[in-house]
Design a protein around this ligand. Sequence first.
Ligand code: NAD
Length: 374
Amino acid sequence: MNNKPKLRIGLIGTGFMGKTHVFGFASAPKVFDLPYEIELHTVADISEEAARKAAHDFGFAHATTDWRDLVNSPEIDVIDITAPNALHKEMALAAIAAGKHVYCEKPLAPLASDAEDMAIAAEAAGVKTQVGFNYLCNPMLKLAKTMIAEGELGEIRGYRGLHCEDYMADASSPFSFRHDPAGGGALADIGSHALATAEYLLGPITEVLGDCITMIPTRPDAQGGTRAVQVDDVGRAFVRFANGAQGSIEGNWIATGRKMQHDFEVYGTKGALSFSQERFNELHFYSTEDAVGRRGFRRIEAGPDHDPYVRFCVAPGHQLGFNDLKAIEVAGYLEAIAGLRAEPFGFRDGLRIQRLVETIQASSKDRCWKSVPS
Ligand code: NAD
């Protein structure tokens, strides 16, 4: 018999990320020894059909078209927000005011000032938060961070980080919440992942020189007309890190042919790392300590030695998948709710990323280097 306390989840949004979160909730208890038993309580979607179908398919006890039902329910402990970006703030603040823990997809909010309100409110209420920067949950990123911290690459000189996809490359793809000025643009939408990975590996970015551009100025709207796009399709920046390294970051949703190029390279005095999310069970390591004539990037394959891979699979090289990263994220968050560890990536961390995004955008607008507020 399971004597663990129940943690009751209210999920808002049943699209791409809603489903991914459900995969996370479903597999995390089978893979990790969690401090709670997860109960999928209620799912909300603006579409009644989507909410009903999600309740049936995902195993929620209840469905609603009004997300406030979740916030107001005394039977729900965690509000999980996978709705469009512009709605995150209102939903999160209402949930925090009701004393709920809040799990929110990235970007935390399109404006750093809104993200700051959310972080302050959560801290004041003492609730635990999590932002969905799931790529940070990859065991190979943990390995890269450890190798850098332990000096295997020597002094770090350079960094290149990308998050490039092509889901907006077709100019006829319609205006969506992601094009809304309250949605954020490519830098906030996916460049935020590249920024989170850069700081996870190398520590704080202190200065940026941004170049953000809208390449497709209008998109078809749902009424058969067109709408002007004001947000960036591509956001790039030269960056300087507090540790003295320099580098570059790119968020790009019109990168024709690229489906998931969440990539980085790190260059040090003794070695280098190269990673691509398109083959995210591998990390490539170059060492200057290898014999001359024998040097080259060697491929390290994910396996049981790379925590927490072994919890999913005992055999090396069999590979984790995208949804497994959400299971790892869920496990870390539940441990934080239980007070067993610090929040892995809470609202204050989400705010930090939003500040970086905004500083890059301001730098691009003013065409000059800017310091990142600490
Ligand atoms: P989506 O369009 O597939 O899903 C959004 C869902 O929210 C839809 O089901 C929609 O009907 C619902 N919704 C809209 N308004 C609502 C309301 N008022 N009340 C309740 N439900 C409402 O979008 P998505 O791709 O799942 O993106 C959702 C969020 O997840 C965004 O913040 C996005 O940036 C983020 N995201 C994160 C990742 C990641 O890797 N972490 C990947 C994709 C998207």
